[in-house]
Design a protein around this ligand. Sequence first.
Ligand code: Q9C
Ligand code: ZN
Length: 347
Amino acid sequence: MLILQNDRHREHAGRHEMYRGRLVECVEVPERAELVLGELHRRGFARVERPAVRADMTVVESVHDLRYLAFLRQAWDHWIALDSANASFDILPSVWPNQGLRRDAPTQNFSAQVGRYAFDAGSPITRGTWDACLAGAASAIEAARRVASGSERGALVVTRPPGHHAGRDFFGGYCFLNNAALAAQTLRDAGHARVAILDVDYHHGNGTQSIFYRRADVLTVSIHGDPATEYPFYLGYADERGEGEGEGFNLNRPLPKGTAFDAWRRELDIALEAVARFGASALVVALGVDAYKADPISGFLLDSADFTTIGSLIASARLPTVFVLEGGYAVAEMGINVANVAEGFSL
Ligand code: Q9C
Ligand code: ZN
């Protein structure tokens, strides 16, 4: 399996997120990717590449909104221009266009623009966020190209920030650009007529679902904590099945907090059956490892060994596969859990 690493991930380093009325330290930290790379190296995954940092903007602009991209690119400069003292603080929203307010209002106010694109107050934009995200997008696109050409059966993109909560024109859940969606779109552009995205992160991939919700060419399947109690709360229910042309091409398998691997694994069988029935010729896995039992912000009970099983079950789909790193916050064990998936897939 080919490993592609985002060499600029460290440039995104949030300080705080808003939680229960206070600013708390970010859990989505640079150390996460470093530990994954360290463990992969120890296990002998020797083919590690650092792709060119320039992303193909044609792909990025086909998945994301132009004005949203311009906002992200310029956000830090605008923030500093407001007050040079802002450099010591991250950008977080404090006002949102909910409840009948106009999302497209022609406001000049910077905070109002942040709120237009953010759906939570937990995803700080920092000085290096844009560069880190764009390099992550480049890694995901490159991984998909290598897999599409048939030169690799599987590729793993080790990147952060994660992507599956980011939609066409919004960020949240620590995500800004949707790497899994970029990989899927790249596979489509390379001639794969039907591409499936399987999201195994603990949290529902609301951004990915929304990007493909009206499309029949990309099947989105997600196994996650029930949004009735778990983040992102407002999407990820079983009755969301796609709309218009996309009707029947979104599958949500919410599970209650406290679910252990026997029940989780049955859902993976159902998910992989859906992928097979759909007739996908390529697969993207949104690989969060926050279903792990010791994850500090999640509630499933998977053991490290279960991730090896997940890798081998995914391999049994016999599809060219791009894995993209998403969540996972039990920092000490996350390298082991990701490497276990890679090993299970490669066996
Ligand atoms: N204090 C991903 O796993 N905040 N995003 C939860 C924690 C949001 C997780 C509150 C969690 C988002 C990619
Ligand atoms: Zn997650």
